[in-house]
Design a protein around this ligand. Structure first.
Ligand code: GLU
Length: 496
């Protein structure tokens, strides 16, 4: 049964908050698609905020790669880097003064306190607790300091700022998972601001989501444990928290969290490996959400029109690499010649088969060649392998063992090839039309009481070097009369 739809009434403002510490991974790609679709569906806005507070690990290259990956996915953002917006800056590292101002407010209200405990004391405490098989947690020693005492010590002692977790329990009314309750006693008085004034994730994410008026937070399930901490900060600030929806983990086939162990997790790998973009988008949208029970293939427009977080699955989404390849093939097989030409171009040039100029100058020929390979590939990067024979030097085309064996199966086959070559010679020079050649070859085979393989197997070997492949007469049309005849002549010689 479909859950009742969550129809938001407030202005919808969702966000993605990547940390620029690596390439864009599949989890971020899916989170982006879900947020983006939710905003599109409800006329809302998607905000991109770069969470670059970890200065040691954040790099400009990584940020660039993430933005590029988001473009490649076809997603865009209404506010954020490049496009700007009323809540700038959109780099978290440029918002530290605002974060510290909020921290001061929490200190004044007593919801945060200074902690002067040294690293040594905290290490000893942890070891003691571990020895007693207790969950390590801060013993709140500094929470008892009177505020004037604390202020006095702060003059010359380093301190962190901890959040004072109140008693009671905190419920997350998750749009995906329903109500999830947490006992506050289980939540440590966590560090909001480190020594030296560096604020931490759970604190700044609230400052920024509140400042940017975020209405809904959709993010991976691994963040669910952080959510009660964040809700408590909103409460301490007298703010209404946004709605939360935690997306199921993506899992490998072994049921463990998807990681490099299972295969590539970086979007750029899939781009470089020549997967269809639309297939990858479809596949990612399908990781935890379904249009209906059976439909695997759906467009991003269909996704936007029907995406409801209430329909997102709670169970982990198993990432099936074989299915992704299959889906990529389905999309590629349905492409127009122009789309195919565009998407295969980088792979054709990288394989050294055609230069960028040739792709343009011989555009019609190139598109026809691609159509021959279209049904045979699942990735664009497979196209050079499928079409490579068209580009080989006629006399030195490589024959694979099976093709050669088929061609030589009966001694008379080479003789038939020779006779066909003579027959073809005058006619092919009149022009190479695949239809005409095919009908003629069929008639020629019938006249001589041959079975098709008797001609077609040696012919295929001579023209393509392979035992199977695209329609032979279309191949001749693409090769042109000269090369077709040259390959036949070379084949007669080599197979004899
Ligand atoms: N920067 C955090 C991450 O990349 C954002 C988490 C969130 O969405 O709150 O995991």
């Amino acid at each position: 049964m479909k859950s009742p739809e969550h129809i938001p009434s407030e202005p919808i403002r969702v966000r993605i908050a990547p940390s620029p510490t690596g390439t864009i991974h599949l989890g971020l790609a899916r989170t982006t698609l879900y947020n983006w679709a939710f905003a599109k569906r409800h006329g809302g806005k998607l905000i991109l905020r770069v969470e670059d507070t970890d200065r040691a690990r954040s790099t400009a290259e990584s940020e660039h790669a993430i933005l590029e990956g988001l473009h490649w996915l076809g997603t865009d953002w209404d506010e954020g880097p490049v496009v700007g917006g009323p809540h700038a800056p959109y780099h978290q590292s440029e918002r530290v003064q605002e974060h510290l101002a909020v921290a001061r407010r929490l200190l004044e209200s007593g919801d945060a306190y200074r902690c002067f405990c040294t690293k040594e004391r905290l290490d000893d405490l942890r070891q003691e607790q571990e020895a007693k098989k207790e969950t390590p947690r801060y013993d709140r020693l500094c929470s008892q300091l009177a505020s004037d005492q604390s202020a006095a010590r702060a003059v010359d002692e380093p301190f962190t700022l901890r959040f004072r977790v109140p008693e009671g329990q905190t419920a997350v009314d998750d749009l995906v998972r329903g109500r999830v309750e947490f006992q506050n006693a289980e939540i440590d008085d966590w560090v909001m601001v480190r020594q030296g004034g560096q604020p931490t994730y759970n604190f700044v994410v609230v400052c920024d989501d509140a400042a940017m008026e975020i209405s809904h937070v959709f993010r991976g399930e691994e963040h669910l444990v952080n959510t009660p901490k964040q809700i408590l900060v909103y409460r301490a600030l007298g703010l209404e928290p946004p709605a939360f929806g935690h997306l199921p983990l993506m899992l490998g086939q072994d049921g463990r969290k998807l990681s490099k162990r299972h295969g590539a997790v970086s979007l750029s790998k899939y781009i470089a490996e020549g997967y269809s973009r639309d297939a990858l988008v479809n596949f990612l949208c399908r990781q935890g959400w379904a249009l209906d029970g059976e439909t695997e293939i759906f467009s991003v427009e269909q996704f936007i029109a029907s995406f409801d977080p209430g329909d997102v699955s709670r169970a982990g989404a198993v990432f099936d690499f074989d299915k992704l390849r299959w889906m990529s093939g389905e999309y590629i097989h349905a492409e127009s010649p122009d789309e195919l030409a565009l998407h295969c171009a980088p792979h054709m040039t990288a394989a050294g088969l055609m230069t960028a100029e040739e792709l343009v100058q011989r555009g019609d020929w190139y598109r026809e060649a691609l159509c021959l390979g279209q049904e045979r590939v699942r990735l664009y990067s497979e196209m050079p392998g499928v079409l490579g024979f068209l580009f080989a030097a006629d006399a030195s085309l490589e024959y694979d063992a099976k093709a050669e064996k088929n061609a030589r199966k009966h001694s008379e086959r080479v003789a038939e090839l020779s006779a066909y070559h003579e027959h073809l010679h005058p006619m092919i020079e009149l022009g190479v039309d695949a239809e005409v050649l095919r009908d003629d070859a069929k008639a020629w085979v019938a006249e001589r009481n041959l079975k098709f393989p008797q001609l077609f197997q040696p012919l295929r070997c001579a023209l393509t070097g392979a035992a199977g492949g695209p329609d032979l007469f279309s191949v001749m049309a693409l090769l042109g009369p000269e090369a077709s005849l040259a390959r036949l002549a070379a084949g007669i010689e080599r197979l004899a």
